[in-house]
Design a protein around this ligand. Structure first.
Ligand code: SAH
Ligand code: SF4
Ligand code: F3S
Length: 440
């Protein structure tokens, strides 16, 4: 029997891994209430956007998407459109004025109310549910994930830091760690479902502190890696202030924890880090990197950078370039500063670096980092690496795509292997972002 379109839903996920994990929770909550996932937007009677507010262009993307959905709604009068995630949480009911197409709004802590929001819309009203609930961890919900090889497992929600540029504390509320028992149970279920890799997630994952056992993140990571010794374990995002020697020793000591740390630095200048309210100097950051490298010599490091923050001088920018040359990160996510209304920076600092200067500095950062990433990839040619095959390669079914422990993408000849297999691959060539190889 085919399911009525009105009963089918489709979720578009924008933003970070946390939003992807939340979409899996929303899917579970809707399925629990009798709704059915649609293959695509055209088949759905309910469309949900799970949105990101971190930069202005993320919000612009949603504005454009809403125009497209308004067109769809004109043709399909009973289509229900909900906007969830970080933008409605931040803009609250004002978001309704963004588009007449929006029927309901939900924030990161209110997904349990989705069925009731849909019922209110069907009864003829626009509805919203935007309360913060500092106790909500979605305990008891089994996320329905996309994909079958790698799974995200959130271990905390929210953020208590007040980085001056950042909207996340306003969109996701107070930091709360999930119970240790809850994380372990989810990890066991993920392993039993056949997943091969788990990424523990949190805005500051290494600030984890178990509410039930007071275990810290090093303890959690150790316990998780022992619980599922055949699965690869990753974690993101780490905050420099909470990189401890115990954590680095845990990564080094457990073979199934990937030797990769994503450690956002944002700027190479202590003065700018101070303005950003990051809570550490660049010397302290360099010490954390030195600690990681002294215990795990081949550790892979990646970072986030913001160009053109308030008050950033040419000299500060040069310090960022110097940091990149010194550390030689494997990869970096690089952005130019975008003011977010309501943040500490928007309220107390002047957005005084002109746009063309921000963009030029960002380009210099990107050019330098791309050259470093390409050199590091080139150095991998001729080596044999262990790759977890994730999917068929986009270019050909005769090749698989996977990742190394150090999070590098590798495309290799299939030779009978399947997604989910761990394969030793000889690297034969490298482009700027991908390694290519053949089973060794
Ligand atoms: N919780 C993580 C990620 C936060 S958002 C962390 O603490 O690192 C991801 C990245 O977006 C940040 O690391 C930062 O580099 C960037 N970012 C956040 N706010 C921004 C803004 N207003 N303008 C430009 N980039 C921003
Ligand atoms: Fe934003 Fe800073 Fe929290 Fe990361 S640690 S989410 S950058 S406020
Ligand atoms: Fe964006 Fe919200 Fe994640 S603002 S980066 S989706 S926490």
């Amino acid at each position: 029997m085919s399911t009525e379109r009105s009963n089918k839903f489709y979720i578009h996920t924008f933003g970070c891994q946390m939003n992807q994990a939340d979409s899996a929770i929303m899917t579970a909550l809707l399925v629990q209430d009798g709704y059915v996932p649609a293959e695509n937007e055209q088949d759905a009677g309910i469309i949900l956007l799970n949105t990101c507010a971190v930069r202005e262009n993320a919000v612009e993307r949603i504005e454009h998407y809403l125009q497209h959905l308004l067109g769809m709604k004109r043709k399909q009068k009973d289509l229900i459109l909900g906007v969830a995630g970080c933008i409605p949480q931040y803009q609250r009911e004002e978001m309704f004025s963004m588009s007449p197409a929006i029927d309901f709004l939900a924030g990161p802590d209110t997904y349990r109310t989705l069925p009731s929001l849909i019922r209110q819309v069907r009864a003829g009203t626009r509805a919203s549910s935007l309360e913060f609930d500092p106790a909500e961890t979605y305990e008891g919900i089994d996320p329905l994930r996309q994909g079958a090889i790698t799974a995200y497992v959130p271990v905390m929600r929210g953020c208590n830091n007040m980085c001056a540029y950042c909207v996340v504390p306003f969109t996701r509320g107070r930091e709360r760690s999930h119970a240790f028992s809850m994380v372990l149970e989810e990890v066991r279920k993920v392993a039993a479902s056949g997943y091969r890799e788990i990424t523990l997630l949190g805005q500051n994952v290494n600030s984890y502190c178990a509410p039930d056992t007071a275990l810290d993140f090093a303890g959690l990571l150790d316990a998780v890696s022992r619980e599922v010794p055949d699965l690869r374990i990753r974690f993101t995002t780490s905050h420099p202030k909470d990189i401890s020697e115990a954590l680095v020793r845990t990564i080094a000591g457990r073979p199934n924890i990937c030797n990769h740390i994503h450690l956002p630095v944002q700027s190479g200048s202590s003065r700018v880090l101070g303005l950003m309210n990051r809570g550490h100097t660049i010397e302290e950051y360099r010490e954390k990197i030195a600690l990681a490298r002294s215990i795990i010599p081949d550790v892979s490091l990646s970072t986030d950078l913001i160009a053109g923050f308030c008050g950033e001088s040419e000299e500060d920018h040069q310090l960022t370039l110097q940091l990149l040359s010194d550390i030689r990160f494997d990869a970096a996510y690089m952005f130019f500063y975008s003011t977010r209304p309501g943040t500490l920076a928007a309220r107390t600092l002047e957005d005084d670096v002109p746009d063309p200067v921000k963009k030029r500095r960002l380009q210099e950062i990107i050019d330098l980092q791309n050259a470093i990433s390409a050199e590091l990839l080139q150095e991998a040619v001729g080596s044999v690496v262990e790759v977890l095959a994730e999917s068929e390669s986009k270019r050909s079914a005769g090749q698989l795509m996977g990742r190394t422990e150090t999070n590098r993408a590798v495309v290799f000849d299939r030779q009978g292997y399947q997604p989910g297999d761990l394969v030793r691959v000889l690297i034969t060539s490298a482009t700027s972002a991908t390694l290519t190889g053949t089973p060794a």
